[in-house]
Design a protein around this ligand. Sequence first.
Ligand SMILES: [Ca+2]
Length: 431
Amino acid sequence: MAPSLFATAGGLLLLFSFSSAQIRGDNLASCTTNDGFGKYCPTTCGVADYMLRYIPGVERDLDDLQEQLDTIANLTTGAEETAVYMKDTTILSQKTSQPDIDFKRSSSILDDVQRFEKTIVSQEQQIFELQNLVSSNERRMSDLKQLSIQLQQKCSEPCKDSVEIQPLTGSDCQDIANKGATTSGLYYVKPAKAIEQFLVYCEIDGFGGGFTVLQRRRDGSVDFKKDWIQYKQGFGYLSPDDTTEFWLGNEKIHLLTATTTMPTVLRIELVDWEGNKRHADYTMFRVEGENDMYRLTYGYYFGGDAGDAFNGFDFGDDPSDRFYTSHNGMQFSTIDKDNDKYDGHCAKQDGSGWWMNRCHAAHLNGKYYQGGRYTEKDAGEFGFDNGIIWVTWHNRWYSLKETTMKIIPLNRIVGGGGQQTGVKQFGGLES
Ligand SMILES: [Ca+2]
């Protein structure tokens, strides 16, 4: 009896640890949230969506918990019955073992008496142990009931988000900077064709420039192996202090780049594991809509010190490498959608989403390798799981530490605003 009671109590504890593990939302297919929820904003899928998915799980857990409590209650009753039975048996034994005067001399009766006395002692010990078990189980049940009540209270509280969101809004971060914003942080933007506003991280520089940040890698905390829907909607976390990783989402990137009257410059900023920084700028950056598989186009490499990896790279095996690794005009591919120019499936091989050709010379959504170095073995026989690559700076076996993809209207860089006369004005951001 005792082992099964312990086993049940153990199972219940396991159930509890499982219940609290459920609070993480990592397993959700299209809405990614985790322990940071409530502290950082999910880039997509609102709080209501999260709660709707979360509640049935909690309710199931509570039902399971109730069942377990009932089981323990039944087992405790069983133990109590056994204790009563044993007490009765003991009394009976005591009665039976009264030595009869007429048979005092019988050695066999004396033996019986001794045996019964032993039985009595052992049964009393068992009764004592069972009584301990009963009270210990009762204590556990009351603890668990208390926990259950706390859990129910927690579930009925409304979800709070403590992230600071700046009050200014605009069509993009430059618009917000034009309205006087001076601090970087989270802002709501609504590009011309957007149905509703959405949250972005704006990097406001000291020259009145407002960059809208599209992508951020910094520590490998967010897995970039995501499917089409997730790349479309965005994933990871937006933080007011630029401490988190995210992909803003292809649909939002499309709205920010393809529906504005002013051409957009894409700025790519890279940091390696030695702390060196480089950047690359592309003019007329545009991402088409989903009907064109979020095709990437740009005008030309506008400058920077990271080199023009978007234009492809001659890896030395074949002169056509450059053509087949250029990115301009490529559609977006993900692990579940192959829009590349390769017989195989680049995005599936690399476990990422990107504007794949056959396959790439720049791959900022690649696998995060701590320390940066990885080998052909890590990447697999056919170059699977490539890192975060910008081949015109570091070779393909070096995965970068940090990346930022952000946009700013072209006129902020070329003769716009009276102050900004060239890209060098922005160089201060990198150095
Ligand atoms: Ca293919």
